[in-house]
Design a binder for this molecule. Structure first.
Ligand code: FAD
Length: 480
């Protein structure tokens, strides 16, 4: 152990090897989960990352890559007394406008990439609600999505180059600034979404697109969550693809009531927030009016000013902060179903809440079929949560969907992976894991099932259900 620490200090400088009290922020993510790391190491370059990985591999000590620690699945929690490898010092950002791409360090906060691209009239579209605090490396590792992904796609659609440190410390460079490439296997895509289990991403090259100059936003109300969900499927099926289409149900609206626009009808059962973008303001506005007509809700608000636009988005953007500040605890789901199945998925979750008396808020990126049913529970209701969560996972799978649209599996959802993918696909994934990480040192106990996928799957996770302050380093910065 002291030998390893000595090697780590040599690799990154003693001031960048954290121990003792300074480890607390690296012991948890944005969930209830918590585990003490052996040490936290903050390398400043790919070469230093490689040296850290080599030292840990030689000592057979596990390594957990960490961006900003906003994972909602226990992904960045260091199980097995791992060394946390924090990428936060590797945050360079070079926007290459003539090549419409950017080369960025894995620790760069994604919002900073968006701002840098916007200075050139360009846009990096994937926009998780945590965009102001999560890192691009974390987004790549989880294949993050967000509000605008219905029109623009998710993280994997934008990564064209990558530098990865492999489990034995070798440095693999993939792709580059070329937007098209059909030579060889698409290894980049293997690392996207691999949640730190196949390699440590130190740098990515991402495609950029022109930044739309105008936005128009509407909030459309409905008398039931099923009607709102059906309207989404009707809209997309009619050939309209807005830049964003978010759904918020009554119980989520109740939690954010003071953030809703003035005069908001408190009886509405659900709303859709829909945004259109483009370069011609009249056309953008006209398209939005057509969209609102197709949605056919019972209450339409169309923002006339930037301030009104912000007002329509506020409740949705702040939802994560509201959840984190609540006295009760929550378990956030992240299911996705085919677009036409959104009404059925919403109906089943709503029914489950009515049957059990446990509050389940539904909000999410409806245009992608991605709902975040969030189980809000008291201490007495805690034993029920595993059962409810498992039922929601299975409903999503039964409807042809996924148990995770954008948050990943981490430790919290791993046990249901085989139910979604089947034994053959999981076997191939295990083979790949063995190929890239024969010692099993990269982010252990994540992604792959380890215990029965039953109602008690949460019970063995450290800290399960205990509401803790400070789950992320600065909650006040959370936007959702
Ligand atoms: C309020 C709130 C709102 C959110 N909204 C969204 C949303 O709209 N959409 C969405 O997709 N997610 C959302 N998330 C989840 C979270 O922000 C994303 O999963 C994000 O991508 C995590 O980034 P991070 O830098 O915090 O990664 P971390 O939490 O540090 O790590 C996440 C995972 O990635 C791995 N990892 C991190 N960096 C690297 C690297 N450089 N190389 C290899 N592996 C790495 C870790 O080992 C871990 O498995 C939200 C979270 C919060 C708290």
């Amino acid at each position: 152990m002291s030998d390893l620490l000595q090697h780590l200090r040599q690799a990154v400088g003693a001031e960048h090897v954290l121990e003792g009290d300074r480890l607390e922020p690296y012991s948890h993510d944005a969930t209830f989960m918590e585990a003490a790391p052996l040490a936290a190491v903050l390398p400043g370059s790919t070469e230093e990352v490689a040296a850290v990985v080599r030292a840990c591999a030689a000592a057979a000590v596990p390594i957990v890559a960490r961006g900003a620690g906003t994972s909602l699945v226990g992904g960045s929690v260091p199980l097995d007394r791992a060394v946390v490898l924090g990428l936060e010092r590797i945050r360079h950002c070079e926007v290459d406008a003539p090549n419409t791409c950017a080369v960025v360090g894995a620790g760069l906060i994604t919002g900073e990439l968006q701002e840098a691209a916007a200075e050139h009239g360009l846009m990096y579209p994937p926009d998780p609600a945590s965009v102001g605090m999560s890192s691009i490396g974390g987004n790549v590792a989880c294949n993050s999505g967000g509000m605008c992904c219905v029109k623009y796609g998710v993280t994997s659609d934008y990564v064209i180059g990558m530098t990865v440190v492999l489990a034995d410390g070798r440095v693999l460079k993939l792709g580059g600034k070329t937007r098209k490439r059909a030579s060889g296997y698409r290894l980049i895509q293997l690392f996207v979404g691999s949640e730190g289990t196949l390699g440590i991403v130190t740098e990515v090259t991402v495609k950029l697109i022109p930044l739309p100059r105008h936005h128009a936003t509407a909030m459309v109300g409905f008398n039931s969550i099923e009607e709102a969900a059906a309207a989404v499927s009707r809209l997309l099926g009619s050939g309209h693809f807005p830049a964003a289409i978010e759904i918020i149900d009554r119980s989520s609206l109740d939690l954010t009531r003071e953030l809703l626009p003035p005069g908001f009808d408190p009886e509405l059962a659900a709303v859709l927030i829909v945004e259109q973008d483009g370069n011609d303001p009249q056309q953008v506005h006209q398209n939005l009016l057509q969209i609102v007509e197709v949605l056919d809700g019972v209450d339409n608000r169309i923002a006339q000013t930037e301030a009104e636009r912000d007002g329509l988005w506020r409740a949705r953007r702040e939802f994560g902060k509201v959840l984190m500040a609540m006295p009760s605890n929550f378990f956030a789901e992240d299911v996705a179903v085919p677009i036409a199945s959104i009404p059925e998925m919403a109906r089943r979750v709503h029914q489950l809440s009515l049957e059990t008396g446990v509050k389940i808020s539904i909000f999410g990126h409806a245009g992608d079929g991605n709902l975040h049913p969030t189980i809000l529970f008291t201490d007495e209701q805690r034993p029920l949560v595993g059962k409810l969560a498992a039922r929601i996972f299975r409903d999503a799978i039964a409807l042809g969907g996924s148990i995770s649209a954008e948050h990943g599996l981490g430790a919290l959802k791993r046990d249901f992976a085989e139910e979604e993918h089947g034994p053959l696909a999981m076997g191939v994934m295990r083979d790949l894991k063995r190929l890239f990480d024969p010692q099993g040192l990269l982010n252990p106990h994540k992604v792959f099932p380890e215990q029965p996928a039953d109602d008690r799957f949460l019970d063995k996770q450290p800290g399960w259900g205990v509401k803790r302050e400070g789950a992320v380093r600065d909650r006040s910065e959370l936007g959702a």
